[in-house]
Design a protein around this ligand. Structure first.
Ligand SMILES: [Fe+2]
Ligand SMILES: [Fe+2]
Length: 200
């Protein structure tokens, strides 16, 4: 299904796709808006491949980075006021915009579909028990057409063949990259690694 041919049913959100795009455009830079459309495209291809609802996947993809350009101060306030894991405060935007984004879209768009909210919440570090919508958004974020890093084509072909292998590849590469930078690793990212990468 081509994104522009999608007609939302109002099962998940009270807006048309066009209205949703206008709201998103107001909070994202041009570059990130383009990224978000790329994630939607990649996610719709995976949805078709794995037999998942294209409307649900489109909404999750378009909103996955909704919080990304909020200030650190706004995000910190929300982590505290929403009783999120306070360990988050030792990290930054790259981790926060997932959980904060899930709360923002629930509040601003009255989205209550758990798969959509979890896909947004977990796209930054994954989760051991990701359902198929979460898996698709996590991986689509990594392989969307605007990505050009070394290894992205490998990730794309794995994603097409077997989504579990695609996720394992993306998770391992991301973790290695962070370790090479001596970055602090959010524990949930290790849980994702243990669940999806370690051979059983
Ligand atoms: Fe993101
Ligand atoms: Fe993203």
């Amino acid at each position: 299904m081509k994104a522009k041919n999608l007609v939302y049913s109002d099962a998940y959100i009270d807006l048309s796709r066009k209205e949703l795009l206008e709201s998103i455009r107001q909070v994202l830079s041009e570059k990130r808006y383009t990224h978000v459309l790329g994630v939607e495209q990649a996610a719709l291809e995976l949805a078709e491949r794995y037999g998942v609802d294209s409307e649900q996947v489109s909404i999750a993809a378009l909103l996955h980075d909704y919080a990304k350009e909020q200030s650190d101060e706004e995000m910190r306030d929300m982590i505290i006021s929403e009783n999120m894991d306070l360990e988050l405060l030792q990290y930054g935007n790259s981790i926060w915009h997932g959980p904060v984004g899930a709360v923002m879209v629930r509040n601003q768009f009255s989205i209550h579909d758990q798969d959509i909210l979890d896909a947004i919440r977990h796209h930054t570090v994954g989760s051991p028990n990701m359902g198929i919508v979460e898996q698709i958004i996590y991986l689509a974020d990594y392989i969307e057409p605007n990505r050009t890093f070394k290894g992205v084509d490998k990730a794309r072909s794995l994603a097409e063949k077997n989504i579990h292998e695609g996720i394992a590849y993306a998770t391992l590469k991301t973790l290695k990259h962070l370790l090479n930078k001596n970055a602090r690793i959010y524990p949930k990212a290790i849980e994702t690694y243990n669940a999806w990468v370690v051979k059983k």
